[in-house]
Design a protein around this ligand. Structure first.
Ligand code: ASP
Length: 350
């Protein structure tokens, strides 16, 4: 597709489901997803938007708590298939696992040169106070936005909610109540949305235009998240680390990556690593960086062979671990790649 800035931009909307398109079941009172026609009916403004758009949808649309890696692959395939025909992509998605999907897509779509913007809403589009209408329209606008020479403004996988466009693999859903539900604790917003849309070009990543989009679709799900708490007993840690077929663990620790120094705990960790299981240390804190060398309680984990996650979110760490293992890497290769940025998910140690 030619980069003529005067040509009307084309956007593909991929509707996967989520609250944005749901209606209340009169019998149960629960929100259930409907198809895109229902959604479009409530946004007549779509007729006026200066963008040509097409839609594809999951059949049926789903609540994002039901999303699995094969759905990530389905979204990525749709983007790859339409890559030459569209200027950008909007993925309508439930908010609950949006940060996981955004992280996964950022690893799958390497050398991406076009915007992929995930959005959704906290209130269904049919409800008067919905936040979905604005989120949808602004997401389309940003997916279509090009500079003076016709290049896309934000060629990244992003999450857009309310006032901020965030790098997808840096985003987190932090509120089950507020409409401004998503935040990016360790990386600045890629755009601020007010009366104007102000792009932070110095924070946006632009891939080399000579590289071609290279998709990867495989993820390994033989992983577990182990969240520590004061008093966690040995039999629980042991049971989790000896799950048959286990290949990777995201260990949610305290503060800058600290854990109990009880000898049973360290020997469970060492023994799992000796069996070829990759253990990645992520903090339970919302923001900040894992720096295991600050306290003895972290340092002991380094000695045991645990890998740090830097300033990655738990969502990015988990999907990255699943992604690296899914590419058939050995434990040493996974460890080595964990602290190298694939799509800006991590501030690389200097
Ligand atoms: N449960 C819904 C979902 O994630 C919540 C939402 O969309 O806000 O699909």
């Amino acid at each position: 597709m030619a980069n003529n800035p005067d040509r009307k931009p084309k956007v593909l909307i991929i509707y996967t489901g989520g609250t944005i398109g749901m209606v209340q079941n009169p019998k149960t009172g629960a929100h259930e997803p409907l198809d895109f026609t229902h959604l479009a009916k409530h946004v007549p403004e779509l007729e006026q938007i200066a963008v040509d758009y097409d839609t594809v949808q999951f059949n049926p649309p789903i609540d994002s708590s039901n999303i699995e890696p094969h759905h990530w692959a389905q979204i990525a395939h749709t983007i790859v298939d339409g890559y030459m025909d569209y200027d950008g992509f909007v993925v309508l998605h439930g908010t609950d696992t949006m940060a996981y999907t955004a992280s996964a897509l950022s690893f799958m779509l390497q050398n991406l040169q076009k915007p992929v913007i995930l959005t959704g809403s906290q209130l269904p589009i049919g409800i008067l106070r919905t936040d979905g209408k604005e989120n949808l329209i602004t997401a389309i606008e940003m997916a279509a936005a090009r500079d003076k020479i016709g290049q896309p403004m934000v060629p990244e996988v992003c999450v857009y909610f309310q006032t901020k466009l965030l790098r997808g693999n840096r985003s987190k859903k932090l509120s089950a109540e507020e409409c401004n539900a998503f935040h990016s604790p360790n990386y600045p917003a890629l755009a601020d949305i007010g009366i104007h849309i102000t792009y932070a070009h110095h924070h946006i990543h632009y891939n080399m235009r000579t590289e071609h989009l290279t998709p990867y679709y495989d993820f390994c799900t033989d992983v577990v998240m182990l969240k520590l708490y004061p008093g966690i007993p040995q039999h629980i840690v042991h049971a989790m680390l000896t799950i048959p077929g286990l290949k990777g663990v995201v260990l949610e620790t305290f503060g800058t990556g600290n854990a109990t120094t009880a000898s049973w705990f360290l020997s469970e960790i060492k023994s799992a690593i000796a069996r070829g299981i990759v253990i990645v240390n992520v903090t339970q804190c919302i923001g900040g960086t894992v720096e295991m060398d600050i306290y003895d309680t972290g340092n002991q984990l380094i000695q045991a062979g645990v890998t740090g996650s830097g300033d990655m979110t738990t969502e990015a760490t988990m999907t990255k671990l699943m992604f690296l293992l899914g590419q058939g890497m050995t434990p040493d290769e996974v460890k080595q790649h964990m602290l190298q940025s694939i799509a800006g998910e991590l501030t690389e140690p200097r």
